[in-house]
Ligand binder design. Structure first.
Ligand SMILES: NC(=O)c1ccc[n+]([C@@H]2O[C@H](COP(=O)([O-])OP(=O)(O)OC[C@H]3O[C@@H](n4cnc5c(N)ncnc54)[C@H](O)[C@@H]3O)[C@@H](O)[C@H]2O)c1
Length: 351
């Protein structure tokens, strides 16, 4: 919508947020710059996105301008540009979970009451809150969704906590005329998208996928956090069921984060193996090794989803907008194939 700016709160000023914020300035000052997947989404350009609020629970980030907080420890996403001051100071977030030992070993927690967060969102007229906090903090993510709803903001859930897949929560957003989308961001070309895409390709060439696996090694706080056994199992489940959406009956698939390697920083190395059968049951084995970066992989997706949600709000949509969730997230209510979900999103928002 020409001239209108999208007022966004970022919740969790980590690596994903750093890529998002730097991306907004990068493409706003360099419209037509390479690497932006969809320059216009729902009629909005990246320069129409305005960060008006930011929250974190790490004392090394709170009290700082967003432009400074995104480069504060323990963030490792690289500095791509010199950021101007945004005028938005990172405020204390809410914390309703106990930090697991991996998070507790690095985060220096400070926190705030839920009511103060609602007030903060209201005061800054937040239209869309983007939840990018560490995964596994389910009570905190749920409390943020509630705070956003109470303050009259739509909610984007990049974490794996069940929010946009919870029918009760969807109904509550719907009743307030708001949107909720998620859960668990789908990287532009992370292990899950590559895995699903290659399976679709094998099938398009008349082969039958029989077995596949995907193992990841990464650095950064979120990978360290995922070393917690329960969270690791949960993430494995989410990734595996996302991949199974491309499935053929009888296909065996395993997918999960394997290990943390500090010096990888925000990079991730993914190992995939596919076994497929073709003519007269003849076998194919394909091994793929991809090095990617979590921050770069999140940027296009977050900027696309924010603009699509703004457009859906303009159009009076409410609740979970399925075509946005199916495009941008791994854990969704509706089961869609990767290429179909992307094509539907592009035809509705990027035409
Ligand atoms: N490509 C991607 O980056 C990608 C893909 C899929 C999912 N995700 C999800 O996005 C989220 C963010 O990923 P990341 O790599 O930026 O993680 P990160 O660890 O770099 O950043 C998380 C930030 O959240 C903050 N935080 C933790 N608890 C908080 C709370 N209660 N309130 C406010 N802030 C809090 C941490 O201090 C940190 O600054 C994770 O849940 C991750 O699973 C990211």
């Amino acid at each position: 919508m020409a001239g209108k700016r999208i007022r966004v709160a970022i919740i969790g000023v980590g690596n994903c947020a750093s890529a998002t914020v730097q991306g907004i300035y990068y493409y706003s000052s360099n419209p037509g710059g390479e690497g932006l997947w969809h320059p216009v989404v729902g009629g909005y350009r990246v320069s129409d996105i305005q960060i008006v609020a930011a929250l974190d629970i790490d004392g090394r980030k709170t009290g700082k301008d967003v432009s400074e907080a995104i480069f504060s420890e323990p963030n490792v996403f690289e500095k791509r540009l010199t950021m101007p001051k945004t005028g938005v100071i990172v405020e204390k977030g809410l914390l309703e979970d106990e930090l697991n030992p991996y998070l507790a070993s690095t985060v220096k927690p400070v926190k705030q009451d839920r009511e103060k967060i609602v007030e903060y969102f209201r005061k800054n007229r937040v239209e869309i809150a983007v939840n990018m906090i560490s995964s596994g903090l389910d009570k905190s993510s749920l409390a943020y969704a509630e705070a956003a709803r109470e303050a009259g903001a739509s909610f984007i859930n990049a974490t794996p906590t069940s929010i946009a897949t919870n029918r009760l929560i969807i109904e509550e957003f719907e009743n307030k005329g708001l949107i909720v989308v998620g859960d668990d961001l789908m990287s532009q070309l992370g292990g899950t998208a590559l895995h699903r895409g290659l399976v679709a390709f094998l099938k398009s060439r008349g082969l039958k996928p029989v077995k596949s696996y995907q193992l990841d090694v990464g650095g950064g706080l979120e990978t360290l956090n995922t070393m917690h056994e329960d969270l690791r199992d949960f993430k494995k489940q989410v990734k595996t069921s996302s991949i199974i959406e491309e499935a053929e009956e009888g296909w065996e698939v395993v997918s999960g984060t394997t290990d943390y390697v500090d010096f990888l920083g925000n990079n991730r190395v993914t190992y995939l193996q596919f076994i497929a059968k073709g003519f007269m049951e003849g076998g194919f084995t394909i091994n793929v090794n991809m090095r990617s970066n979590d921050g770069f992989n999140a940027g296009n997706m977050i900027l696309d989803v924010v603009r699509a949600v703004a457009k859906a709000m303009d159009d009076g949509l409410r609740g979970n907008v399925r075509e946005i969730s199916n495009y941008g997230f791994k854990k969704t209510l509706e089961k869609k194939k990767l290429f179909e979900a992307t094509a539907v999103f592009q035809s509705k928002y990027c035409g």
